[in-house]
Design a protein around this ligand. Structure first.
Ligand SMILES: Cc1cc2nc3c(=O)[nH]c(=O)nc-3n(C[C@H](O)[C@H](O)[C@H](O)COP(=O)(O)OP(=O)(O)OC[C@H]3O[C@@H](n4cnc5c(N)ncnc54)[C@H](O)[C@@H]3O)c2cc1C
Length: 512
């Protein structure tokens, strides 16, 4: 089989990139190791319950025009997703348990109650300071970027928007902490910001890029803001990307594990599947697998050893504990918030194992995700479960079962703060560990992704030293999270087409 492009992996990054390239008119084959597409964002079903394996927090997708690169991918392939919206969050913090709404004003009300007027004033100063950084962060849409000199032409229409922020751009590539330190003294606000940073990037404020936070401020603290959730769960988003890929002539191959990238001379020319089948690529092979999962696919000598060993040493975020539940919802309050965040102890730090726990009950927004009268729940520790604790355990052993039981206790306890009698309601219960994550998501050490600290290093771009091999997804610029991964899809896809084709697509979707 021969295509123009072979994409290794059907994560949101790989599907987005593949769908865009198909939209550009290239023949694309996406090879996915798993039997379900979507990678970290795949959905799965048990006994009528529709579970999300990963993302639960979405924003900036339900309105137009949107600055979210994922929204722009969906626009480019004309595959709308039905976004459900909400504005209330449950918080179980050391300061107390309460519901809060998203948006600047609502957060000020919470601050006033918890910390008093001085904290509110400090928050407002931070917002005022972040406003121009937010404008700078969205001045140049990632959809206009490409990793070659053509970027001068495709980015040119945005120069007028970017120029007033020229001095701010340098600070955007640094850590958010340096901006935060200028105005924020209140310990609660500092903890809260650290938490938001951790949820966005897997790192606290000292390692999260100011650009990522500026983008978030521009998005979350707008007047009238709502958060989004895809009707049908994360699987619906994945389906939209697959439909876009296929609509433009692309092919998704499931259960197609790539064993090796085929190299001829100095060029990647295709992939060899575990079954021995070869799929050739006239233009390029694109790896959506993580950096650590991509390197073993490259034959010895095909890339400089120094590059290989440097990439192999990319620091990794920790992994996850997951609790997937289907429960009887009889008698639960109709006002129950669909998302809750639990922080045990600020002093331990947001990255401390089991200290931060997220709870998502998406059937509150979309009852179709569970049988009538039931709820589907995903409780997880977001990238703070050390893989080392699990390394070497046999998944079939009694020790593993016992350790799962021990390490999931914190998830149950967090959920009991929201639904006290949850154990009596359970109909389906599945516990995932870093080993589950590693196995089902084909992720090295079950990692959330690269722990590349802003200000110390940059995420690499899509190109590699091997001609014809590019990368996309959360191991490449700008990093982890759905908007970032979609930005990488744009960057990689655009790099493989002419400036004219690129500009034509931007015009068609109203960018620039
Ligand atoms: C539990 C969890 C919660 C999250 N919550 C949020 C959130 O609320 N909001 C948000 O924006 N982001 C969130 N994220 C982050 C976001 O989901 C990820 O950054 C994003 O989905 C990663 O997409 P990707 O395409 O880069 O990689 P992946 O999703 O990891 O996709 C890579 C794909 O490559 C495949 N693959 C690997 N090796 C091979 C091979 N040799 N052959 C064939 N296929 C291969 C894998 O099977 C996989 O499907 C969360 C992540 C997790 C895990």
């Amino acid at each position: 089989m021969t295509a123009d492009i072979v994409v290794i992996g059907s994560g949101v990054g790989g599907l987005g990139c593949g769908a865009l390239l198909a939209r550009y008119g290239l023949r694309v084959v996406v090879c996915e190791s798993h039997t379900i597409p979507g990678g970290a964002a795949h959905g799965f079903q048990r006994q009528g319950f529709h579970f999300d394996s990963g993302p639960s927090l979405y924003s900036g997708l339900s309105y137009r025009p949107s600055n979210n690169p994922l929204s722009q991918v969906l626009d480019a392939i004309a595959e709308p997703v039905d976004w459900l919206t909400y504005d209330t969050w449950g918080c179980c913090l050391p300061e107390g348990t309460f519901d809060t709404q998203v948006g600047a004003e609502q957060f000020c009300t919470v601050l006033e109650r918890l910390r008093g007027p001085a904290a509110v004033a400090e928050w407002q100063r931070l917002q005022a300071m972040m406003r121009p950084y937010g404008e700078a962060a969205i001045a140049l849409p990632p959809a206009a970027l490409r990793a070659d000199w053509g970027a001068v032409q495709t980015a040119a229409p945005f120069a007028g928007r970017l120029l007033p922020h020229a001095l701010r751009v340098a600070r955007l590539t640094g850590p958010f902490q340096s901006l935060m330190d200028e105005v924020v003294r209140d310990p609660f606000i500092r903890n809260w910001l650290d938490l938001l940073c951790f949820l966005l990037s897997g790192l606290p404020a000292a390692g999260t890029s100011a650009a990522e936070m500026a983008f978030m401020f521009a998005d979350w603290y707008r007047p009238g803001v709502v958060l989004d959730y895809p009707k049908g769960g994360s699987a619906a988003l994945v389906s939209a990307l697959v439909q876009g890929l296929e609509k433009f002539g692309g092919t998704l191959r499931l259960g197609a594990h790539v064993a090796q990238v085929i190299v001829k001379g100095d060029r990647a020319v295709g992939v060899r599947l575990r079954t021995g089948e070869e799929i050739l690529a006239r233009r390029a092979v694109i790896s959506n697998a993580s950096v650590w999962d991509t390197l073993p696919l490259l034959p010895a000598g095909s890339v400089p050893e120094q590059w290989r060993s440097q990439r192999q040493q990319t620091p990794a975020c920790d992994s996850f504990m997951h609790l997937h539940l289907g429960i009887d919802a009889t008698g639960l309050s109709p006002d129950l918030a669909c998302h809750h965040i639990v922080v045990q102890d600020w002093a331990a730090g947001v990255t401390a194992p089991q200290n931060v726990i997220l709870i998502s009950i998406p059937s509150i927004l979309d009852p179709g995700l569970a049988p009538p009268g039931k709820h589907v729940i995903h409780v997880y520790t977001p990238g703070n479960e050390p893989y080392a604790l699990w390394q070497g355990l046999d998944r079939r052993s009694p020790e593993y079962a016992e350790f799962k039981h021990q390490r999931s206790a914190a998830l149950w306890a967090a959920l009991a703060r929201v639904i006290p009698d949850v154990r009596d309601r359970v109909e389906v219960s599945l516990v995932g560990t870093p080993l589950t994550h590693e196995r089902f998501l084909r992720r090295y050490r079950g990692s959330y992704g690269p722990a590349i600290a802003a200000g110390k290093a940059l995420f690499p771009g899509p190109k590699t030293p091997l001609n014809g091999l590019l990368c996309c997804g959360d191991s490449t610029f700008p990093g982890i999270g759905l908007p970032a991964v979609a930005a990488s899809s744009w960057l990689t896809a655009n790099t493989l087409v002419s400036v004219d084709q690129h500009r034509a697509l931007l015009r068609q979707i109203g960018i620039g």
